[in-house]
Design a binder for this molecule. Structure first.
Ligand code: DGI
Ligand code: FE
Ligand code: FE
Ligand code: FE
Length: 187
């Protein structure tokens, strides 16, 4: 799929703000892919698509989780976590884009997981550091992303867990698995 086609297909599903966010994620993802030796084309496609299911209704997302092979424990956690996994499935079913690297990057972009591929880390990180983000600590993560993919992903996972636990929010197991796995891999 061409990137122009992806943009045109994604755009009507998102708000202007969310669409612009996706284009910024794509710009950052291309830079990261070039720097860390991944396919820039795939990274750009994954980024443009990463949030495409974000505004489907809670009911629809739930139905896809129930009727597909996605892990059912997603339903025990906040519905904000559903758009990645469902988005990865719908990309193939509704748009015919079947690519494991791209689909996994979309699937895990919110939580991460243990043993993330380079492509998964690039989309996870680009979503966190794109220039429109103002999370506490994001500047330091942006700086680290210039040289160290593993450490910057670890910082993003750590910050997200801190943010969630401070709010007294449930944390999905993959979010912890990402953090633990990245912690082991730090040099
Ligand atoms: O879709 P975006 O807003 O671009 O970003 P996202 O998909 O990375 O994250 C959406 C929200 O999900 C963000 O506020 C952080 C939150 N989040 C990440 N991991 C977890 C989580 N929320 C819960 N409840 N549990 C998690 O493990
Ligand atoms: Fe998202
Ligand atoms: Fe994210
Ligand atoms: Fe996003």
């Amino acid at each position: 799929m061409k990137i122009s086609e992806a943009r045109e297909k994604v755009r009507p599903h998102l708000t202007k703000e969310r669409y612009d966010h996706s284009l910024r994620v794509a710009e950052v993802a291309v830079e990261l892919a070039e720097k860390f030796g991944e396919s820039a084309e795939k990274a750009e496609l994954a980024a443009v698509w990463h949030d495409h299911a974000k505004y489907r209704s809670k009911d629809e997302l739930k139905r896809w989780i129930i009727s597909s092979r996605l892990p059912k424990d997603l339903l025990d956690y906040h519905h904000e976590l559903w758009h990645g996994p469902v988005g990865a499935i719908l990309l193939e079913r509704e748009y015919g884009l079947k690519d494991k690297d791209i689909q996994n990057a979309i699937h895990y972009h919110t939580t991460g997981r243990a043993n993330m591929t380079k492509m998964e880390m690039i989309i996870f990180l680009a979503d966190y550091i794109e220039p429109g983000r103002a999370f506490p600590g994001v500047k330091e993560v942006r700086e680290t992303a210039k040289t160290d993919l593993t450490r910057s992903c670890w910082m993003a996972a750590r910050n997200t867990i801190q943010f969630l636990t401070n709010k007294q929010t449930l944390v999905y197991p993959d979010t912890f698995h990402a953090y633990n796995d990245l912690t082991r891999k730090l040099t």
